[in-house]
Design a binder for this molecule. Structure first.
Ligand code: FAD
Ligand code: SF4
Length: 520
């Protein structure tokens, strides 16, 4: 390492893109800094595996850059104690007589603001670069999104399919349809459950990271030992993707919405079913969305096991949903973060932190999340998210929970999914309807209800599924918002067909549940 450098380049924990143009040439007048920051452990309480995974991936990235001949300083929590990100940068600028500071545009509004405010007294030469990760540059988002305006993923997705020529046959979509979602709503039968592949899990040693977390009293949620199952470098991330393409893509879309009751430990094969689990690798930028999509399409083209329904379903999640929620986030921040369109005010029940509830679906989704830092999309949307929505839980508390617990949770992707898609707190900027459902939906897509204390068929009895009364109570409470929505008006016609006695009993049962929400 030199005693002085002309340029300091910051690499944030979610900017581990080895293919970035920064690294194309070795330049020993440039010092790269990768830093474990105390501020990043405290803005929300994170799952222990999430911190382990980010720290291990950052360390591994620094080592790889150093081996490739770049000058890198890797700072641990020991080195950065008592310092903010600004302090770390300013200290390095002074220590190495740096005259230029460069960083990649953060994906989180909070960090983008913090970096844009770094004092020009210390740094008068600051340059911001693209992360070279997404399909759309951040500066292009304004061409696709308008502030405080409703947008729909499908229209956006089609534009991107055409623009980037993905799964296109000339001007037409491959297979003739743009979207095969309707083919993707199958429940798993016992025989299907037995065929689910054992998920590929790594055994990365994170004992030194655990020691640092302990030494610095970093408070976490969830469980995590000295061996981490998540990928921590590009080579492991590619291995995980290859495993998915070989073993899961052929049935990915088919069972995308299915949920299966299991034992909540990582030795079970059922905690991720046919999902890819590449969200952490993508969000930390170890893999690019372009690379993942290209590999998946190559598999589709070379394998007779992957149908067009499966590949389209997978591409839509990444080219469609992932880029779409980012656009909604950036065009609407910072006000998006405090939207509460349904005026929800209730507190998160205690079982969100330990899974100890008699509701099998909630217990399953929460305990699995605490054990693995993962739940798949329908568990997040239609179990925990749905419950929070129909129970009127405050979106700030719901957001904090999702932002902390999942391995892939970074605000730009977590916030629109939670506050927008799941809690409808943005009044429909992202979703065309509130994803509220009774127990019937969960029973259709899972075997949870068979394993539950409650009876999904009952509505008002003491052992009736809580989702049933809560659902009707929610729809009635927000009738003025939803009745005119063509996707939800049918619900009100069904409500009107009920007798007054049935209506009263449902609302009374919901009232009891809400007053006793910690006991159910
Ligand atoms: P797969 O099912 O295999 O899908 C493939 C990839 O598509 C994912 O890795 C992801 O990159 C992308 N994708 C799929 N759905 C979405 C979506 N709705 N938004 C953005 N990308 C998507 N995803 C996150 O990455 N971080 C979050 O913090 C996050 N929070 C969520 C909170 C709620 C309430 C909900 C309903 C969804 C959230 N999602 C989040 C979206 C989605 O649930 C996860 O991306 C997915 O479960 C990750 O698992 P996977 O990699 O196995 O995904
Ligand atoms: Fe969940 Fe209700 Fe089914 Fe129990 S009966 S698992 S609470 S949907």
């Amino acid at each position: 390492m030199n005693s002085s450098y002309s340029t300091l380049r910051l690499i944030l924990g979610d900017q581990l893109n080895a293919n970035h143009s920064w690294y194309k040439e070795k330049d020993n007048s440039v010092l790269y800094v990768v830093a474990e920051l105390h501020q990043e452990q405290k803005y929300v309480k994170h799952h222990v595996q999430k911190i382990q995974a980010f720290f291990a991936a950052m360390e591994s990235f620094s080592t790889a850059l150093t081996k490739a001949g770049h000058d890198v300083i890797h700072l641990t929590l020991d080195d950065t104690e008592g310092q903010t990100l600004d302090d770390v940068i300013i200290e390095l600028v002074r220590r190495f007589n740096v005259n230029q500071f460069q960083y990649q545009q953060p994906d989180e509004y909070r960090l983008a603001e913090q970096l844009s405010k770094i004092s020009h007294d210390y740094l008068n030469n600051i340059e911001v670069f693209s992360t070279e990760h997404f399909f759309l540059e951040q500066s292009e988002l304004k061409n696709y999104f308008k502030f405080n305006t409703a947008h729909r993923m499908e229209a956006f997705y089609r534009k991107l399919r055409k623009r980037f020529n993905i799964l296109m046959d000339g001007d037409e979509p491959v297979g003739g349809e743009w979207n095969y979602d309707s083919a993707n709503r199958n429940k798993m039968k016992q025989a299907d459950i037995e065929k689910v592949p054992q998920p590929l899990q790594f055994t990365n040693d994170v004992s030194t990271i655990n020691a640092r977390l302990k030494k610095h009293n970093i408070s976490t949620i969830g469980t995590g030992g000295n061996s981490l199952l998540w990928p921590i470098n590009r080579s492991q991330a590619k291995e995980l993707l290859a495993f998915f393409l070989d073993n899961c893509l052929p049935l990915f879309g088919y069972y995308q919405d299915a949920m299966v009751y299991e034992n909540n430990d990582t030795s079970s094969s059922l905690w991720s079913l046919y999902h890819s689990r590449v969200s952490f690798a993508l969000n930390a930028k170890m893999l690019s969305p372009g690379y993942v999509i290209k590999q998946a399409i190559t598999k589709y083209q070379n394998s007779d096991k992957v149908s067009v329904e499966q590949i389209e379903g997978f591409v839509r999640q990444i080219l469609g949903w992932r880029e779409f929620v980012r656009g909604i986030y950036w065009i609407n921040m910072p006000s998006y973060k405090s939207l509460n369109g349904l005026s929800a005010t209730n507190d998160l029940p205690d079982y969100f932190w330990d899974g100890n509830t008699k509701m099998a679906c909630m217990s399953q989704a929460i305990k699995q999340s605490l054990t693995t830092a993962y739940a798949h999309h329908i568990q997040r949307l239609m179990v925990t998210g749905n419950f929070a929505l129909i129970s009127g839980l405050h979106p700030d508390q719901v957001d904090d929970w999702y932002l902390g617990i999942y391995i892939d949770a970074i605000e730009w992707v977590e916030l629109p999914n939670t506050r927008g898609m799941s809690q409808f707190a943005d009044g429909g900027l992202l979703a065309s309807k509130a994803y509220a459902a009774s127990g019937n939906y969960i029973n259709n897509m899972s075997d949870y209800c068979k394993n539950c204390h409650y009876n999904v068929k009952l509505k008002t009895e003491d052992n009736a599924c809580p989702f049933n009364a809560l659902y009707w109570n929610f729809m009635v409470e927000h009738e003025n918002k939803f009745k005119s929505n063509p996707r939800q008006s049918m619900v009100y016609r069904n409500w009107e067909k009920k007798t007054d006695a049935d209506k009263d009993a449902l609302l009374q049962r919901a009232d009891w549940i809400l007053k006793n929400i910690n006991k159910i």
